[in-house]
Ligand binder design. Structure first.
Ligand code: ADP
Ligand code: MG
Length: 622
């Protein structure tokens, strides 16, 4: 009797890992407990610098943070920015070649070779070392599972050769690539923007040495790249360089030209500059501090955020020029972009955020760590590709609707109950009274129609709206619920750009029973709630109509005959007399009567507008 070999259920982990293989830093993330999380060993930084140091004497290369720390001592043995070389040939690199501080040339097979430590490596082999390191970094944080299947992200502009080179490096690292995903698409997935039905999204990615702006459109959860632009030599390194220049200038009297251009000295200065720059993203001032023990020389200067902003403003302006180009290539105006996502460590710089917000006239997404977004999105994609789905998980939906109080105590629901998270919704609001310079927002939770029956979550104010007639201000309010269920509400007035933002935890302090009770109450009171709601809406509408009627009556009173005038005034006083105690049908009648009586007034106004157009007068002169 022979034996038949059975394919035993392979014990391959069902988990797959998302990897952001960056020019400066790389990160790993997996799907865990219903959401993507960055994975790294406890007590260690999340990111792995994409740096490889060759210690020589046939010792194994040192990858990541330790490798980067050794760069100051022996820069000629330390490789970085390998990603720039992936899938490229020497001839294509052009001026880039001059900026690479290590010897690079084409091999006989047409693949680049990088010379270091007396050996030569392909970019694929070097990238494989980084992939191995970041995969291991992530796995050390996972208990038993060692996911070999990965999703790796690449810039949207990567061509076939560059994508293939990325696949090859994963194969060399012993990893199984489920998919190569565009970085901007991953960022959108991390924010749950795939759940929007349609819209345009701009992903602004400012990393260490590169800037990429990608304009995507989304249609039924499918992303399409409309355009990309950017600068392959613009990023946080350039911000560091302006501070390095300050150090070099400041030490000119104490160190020789030669000492000041020594690679070891410059690496030390770069680290000092980066520390100072990062501190300025959270503090208004920071110390630029460097000690050169070997020479007994110290540099010290306090830098304010304003000073740094001034120094880097031409660089920031360059990113905005690229945004302009990308939008024009996509055939879109800034106001046609529905969502802006900030990606890359350098978007932590406040002046960068402000510039992006100003250009797109929209508060960008910054709720997730900008340097982690891409890896998180890769983990979402990995989860979906391994058969997972977002909405299968209970944790992933919002149990109670979230909305804002509108005039008259009614609610405008922005995020409906059972929406999957993360998610974001933007809606436009306007002012109710003339010359209103501020708006009070009241965030509420619940299924009932009136604020008094819902749970109040938070109140906040948007100030600094310029005085203008009622209904003219354009205020965009965005609700974003992240994977942890934390709600961020932001409001922005479009003409001035004034904005404000609050964060709340909608589910804190609510038990399951209370949620259930609120749901039952909404069903039981549905009919009555509907009526109260209709009343409130009608009252608001009548109020708005009254304001408009009275304003226009002033300007054309003389042109109306007595009968029409009496008719309008009767309707006005009837509307005034009607109070909220009136039934919806009574209010509806009052509203309709006001509309009917003011028809001649509307016709007269239209006529005046038409006449003034013919006589070449401007509308506001009528
Ligand atoms: P890449 O995508 O190029 O691999 P990252 O997105 O990790 O790079 O961005 C790295 C850059 O972000 C570096 O220049 C780093 O100095 C910068 N950076 C990180 N944190 C901050 C911060 N808090 N403030 C300003 N810049 C920061
Ligand atoms: Mg990046």
């Amino acid at each position: 009797m022979g034996y038949i070999e059975l394919n035993v259920l392979n014990n391959q982990s069902n988990l797959a890992m998302g990897i952001d293989l960056g020019t400066t830093n790389s990160l790993a993330a997996v799907w865990k407990d219903g959401r993507p999380v960055i994975v790294h060993p406890e007590g260690e930084a999340a990111s792995v610098p994409s740096v490889i140091h060759f210690p020589g004497e046939d010792k194994a290369p040192i990858v990541g943070r330790k490798g980067r720390d050794l760069a100051a001592a022996s820069p000629e043995r330390t490789l970085f920015s390998i990603k720039r070389l992936m899938g490229r040939q020497a001839a294509e690199l052009g001026s880039e070649l001059a900026m690479i501080p290590f010897p690079v040339k084409d091999g006989e097979d047409g693949v680049l070779r990088i010379q270091v430590d007396g050996k030569s490596f392909t970019p694929q082999e070097l990238s494989a070392l980084i992939l191995n390191k970041v995969h291991d970094h992530g796995c050390r944080a996972l208990e038993e599972e060692k996911p070999d299947r990965v999703v790796i992200t690449v810039p949207a502009y990567f061509d076939d050769a560059q994508r293939q080179a990325t696949r090859d490096s994963a194969r060399l690292a012993g990893l199984d690539v489920l998919r190569i995903v565009n970085e901007p698409t991953a960022a959108c997935l991390a924010y749950g923007l795939d759940q929007n039905k349609t819209g345009n999204i701009a992903v602004f990615d400012l990393g260490g040495g590169t800037f990429d702006i990608s304009v995507l459109s989304i249609d039924d959860g499918v992303f399409k790249v409309l355009s990309t632009a950017g600068d392959t030599h613009l990023g946080g390194d350039d911000f560091d360089r302006v501070l390095v220049n300050l150090i070099v200038e400041g030490l000119k009297g104490q160190l020789s030209e030669e000492e000041l251009s020594d690679p070891g000295f410059l690496t030390g200065a770069r680290l000092a500059a980066e520390r100072c720059k990062c501190a300025l993203s959270s503090d208004p001032e920071a110390e630029l501090h460097m000690v050169l023990a070997s020479r007994g020389v110290t540099f010290h200067k306090t830098i304010t955020r304003d000073e740094l902003d001034e120094l880097i403003s031409p660089l920031i302006e360059k990113t905005i020029d690229c945004c302009r180009r990308a939008l024009s290539d996509a055939g879109l105006k800034p106001e046609e972009v529905d969502e802006v996502v900030l990606v890359g460590g350098s978007t932590r710089v406040i002046a960068v955020r402000a510039a992006a917000e100003n250009f797109f006239k929209r508060i960008p997404h910054t709720e997730l760590n900008p340097d982690e977004v891409v890896a998180l999105g890769a983990a979402v994609q990995a989860h979906i590709l391994t058969g997972g789905s977002r909405d299968m998980l209970l944790l992933d939906v919002i149990p109670l609707s979230l909305g804002l109080e509108t005039v008259g105590g009614a609610i405008s629901k922005l995020v409906e109950r059972n929406s999957t998270i993360p998610c974001s919704v933007t809606e436009g609001f306007t002012t109710y009274a003339d010359n209103q310079t501020g708006i009070d927002f009241h965030i509420v939770q619940g299924e009932r129609e009136m604020v008094s029956d819902c749970r109040s979550l938070a109140k906040f104010q948007l100030k600094g709206i310029p005085p203008m007639p009622a209904g003219m201000a354009r205020v965009a309010v965005r609700f974003h619920v992240d994977a942890d269920g934390v709600l961020t509400v932001s409001a922005r007035e479009e003409s001035t750009g004034v904005s404000t933002l609050v964060e709340v935890e909608p589910m804190s302090g609510l038990s399951d029973e209370e949620v259930e009770r609120m749901l039952i109450a909404s069903i039981e009171n549905a009919a009555e709630d509907f009526e109260t709601r209709r009343n409130a809406d009608l009252n608001t509408e009548i109020g708005t109509m009254l304001t408009a009627t009275e304003r226009s009556l002033e300007s054309v009173r003389a042109a109306l005959d007595k009968e029409t005038l009496d008719d309008i005034e009767a309707a006005i006083s009837a509307s005034r007399a009607a109070t909220s105690s009136e039934s919806p049908s009574g209010l509806q009648a009052v509203r309709d009567e006001l509309e009917r009586a003011t028809l001649p007034l509307a016709a007269l106004l239209m006529n005046n507008v038409a006449k003034s157009a013919l006589s070449g007068k401007r509308l506001d002169e009528v």
